[in-house]
Design a protein. Sequence first.
Lengths: 411, 129
Amino acid sequence: MEADVTVIGSGPAGLVAALHAYESGAKNVLLLEREEELGGILKQCIHNGFGLEQFKTDYTGPEYAERLIEEIEKTNVRCFLNTMVIALSADRTVTAVNPDSGVFKVKSKSVVLAMGCRERPRGGINIPGTRPAGVYTAGVAQKFVNIDGYLPGKEIVILGSGDIGLIMARRLTLEGAQVKGVYEIMDYPGGLKRNIVQCLNDFNIPLHLSHTITEIRGNERVEGVVVSSVDDKMQPIGGSEQFIACDTLLLSVGLIPENELSKGAGIKLSPTTNGPITTETMETAMPGIFSCGNVSTVFDLVDYVAETGMTAGRNAARFATARKTERNSVEVIPGKNVRVLFPQRYSFKNDLVLFIRPAKPIERPVSIDISPLDMHFKRLYARPNEMIRVKVPKDRLKDITEPIEVNITER
Amino acid sequence: MDIEKKQFTCVICPIGCEIEVQLQDSDVVSIEGNKCAKGKEFVLQELQEPMRVLTTTIRIEGAKWAMLPVRTDKAIPKRLLFRAIKELQGIELNAPVQMSDVIITDIAGADANIVATRNMKRENKGKSV
């Protein structure tokens, strides 16, 4: 099989990438999805708050997905469901498998990676204790409740304050479970402030910062957890242990970009984002292979995911027709107080839209400084749980020859 | 009379403005910290009657999945959220359902409708896999 652009994954990034690849002139666009319908994780995110920036409308996840799927259905993008991509090679050959065709290969002029991310499991944080039933990641619990119609338990403790954990605290409370508390090892919350307010405070669910779970108890089923407060080096403080009886523990302890295919193709990954190193066009270090959404770096908002999908789709279409890569590029370097910076290179093709995650919370007015340009973006604060987006226009960057550095300084 | 200060985090958009309101004898004297007019609206509404959009699911028969996601078509008083959930329990729907279909009118007496948030086709059970 052949294609101009092959998009792997049909969550928000993949849907938008396929749509924009098609609209930018790629005639033969292929969208590969391993699940039995399009939309990815949006389908189980039944809460509202999607698309506020992109569409100026407060959609739920399924509504947002449906809107994009309706757009896709108006095009001749070919969608393959139940189709698992099992390998990708540097020459842009995609190997996939599905029940209708068995194993098949697609030779594609360009490829867009949109595989998203997965949740960090219990093994990823090594919580000691027994191994009973009743320990789930927040997203798995979300699927149980919202798709399958099962409650994972009645008395719930949540470890980690990522957005999915907060959303599930509210969801489980509404469905009649008792959420006993959310425990966060850091001294600031992992999720968005608005989710602390509308998911926890609205329902009087306590959030315990600087706390972690040091033991899981129970044989057949979770019977409780031991929580401890931690010191400023995140080490549990002896004597602070407290037993909380519960039948379910949800983990909301981070998301990891899913890059097995990227690694297999030999695509260079960034150690800070855990996603492919890309330029502002979303092209990876492998010519003609683009990457967008949460497979690149974990975003807070679907609007940002979609924005990178749009850029990737457009540039993938352009590569498919022109077969040209911007080989001239400079590095984009995280400087002071910057933990995550995306993209990692600038290739002088598009405006440079930067996504920045601060290293630590600064609750005072800050300046995002772009050097060597004399360019400063002001913000009232900088918080690791709220990604900062700034746009540096292309014409300001055209004469740059040295690396671009991004620093966050107090004003 | 003393000035009373109240803090709010606006939940209208992801920016989450932190807004401080000064009250004197329950009258709003000042509102600070909101980046847009919606923030002011939000705070005034919070002082009077906090309103939230309810999103939940309803059991559905004959579809690919067991649950249909639904929402209120506008925000309802926060104090009525659990009453609304209770009214939805025990309801059984049958596929097909179209997105935006009204499932229940005037939920919890809150003058809002429960609407479907996705399409769910009728699936023929017993199909060969």
